[in-house]
Design a protein around this ligand. Sequence first.
Ligand code: PLP
Length: 362
Amino acid sequence: MSVPFLDLSAMHAACGEELQATFARVLSKGHFVLGEEVEAFEHEFAAYCGASRCIGVGNGLDAIHLILRAMKIGPGDEVIVPAHTFIATWLAVTQSGATPVPVEPQPGGYNIDPQQIEAAITPRTRAIIAVHLYGEPADMDALRSIADQHGLRLIEDAAQAHGARYKGRRTGGLGDAAAFSFYPTKNLGALGDGGAVTTNDPAIAEGIRLLRNYGSRVKYQHDIAGYNTRLDEVHAALLRVKLHRLDEFNSSRRLVARQYLDGLSDIAGLQLPHPAPHTEPVWHLFVIRTAQREQLAKALTERGIATMVHYPVPCHEQGAYRGGNFPPLQATSALSKEILSLPMWPGLDPAPVIAAIREILR
Ligand SMILES: *Cc1c(COP(=O)(O)O)cnc(C)c1O
């Protein structure tokens, strides 16, 4: 009995024929960059998120970077980021020329702690990036109130949270702009790289449309020094198929999470995720915390059950940020040694994983 960490085959079996037919349609149309599939996906995804606009881009990292550019955030500016996140959140800030200023997660949780943000704000601070880590929405009302008080932009990194809700509203429509990734393992994944920005701000949307396509509105006329980072027609078309099933896939993840929570709740020394009651997470990852992380992971591997760590080395301890002038980030460093991601995908039967953990930690 072996359980992989992630298995997309059930999901792709459910819509495989439709994906094949869609690929054939794009191939026969013969138009591959910035055409009607991207436009249709942009409309459909904006509507899904409850935002007025969506702009397809090349990947999630570029989505965050282009948002910062469109907001004219750059050298000399500071951007508040979660200390505990995937490094793309930080790298996007670094690419813009601004400085990432990390803030630790909420005690007992994984998302940025609004209560620790004000101490990190300086006259140079321009924005807060909220990451909905592991698929659980960050505390957006608290973040909005801090952002408004200090005249800051509020950006969502929603790369792990397609479809998640905060007080009934979907991620992607909760901040001034939101970045999504369609990397294949995300809740909504392309069959390659892809990304998008959603926003209700027409100026940001227009800025990103320019930036993603060589700064060009009219072919061979370049108003600004832009980039080449576009969502391909083929990926947009395939994403339209999967978007129709996203809620179905997310409810399947929710069922898996429910089973994990019920099956593991009585084990001492195991900290389970406990999302805020006003949120509806989409369980991109199911992350537990235990001081015996190494032993547990090893024993699970021996039983054929794959696990991962998201993330084993915090951003501020990475070579990329060596020499950075960061405050002590003890909570984040401690987390990275105790967290463990269990197998999670739509259609997974978590019973063998639960049984194995119970046996190991008995
Ligand atoms: C995946 C991810 C990104 C980056 O997306 P890519 O498409 O891989 O560039 C950014 N932020 C978070 C939190 C992610 O999980």
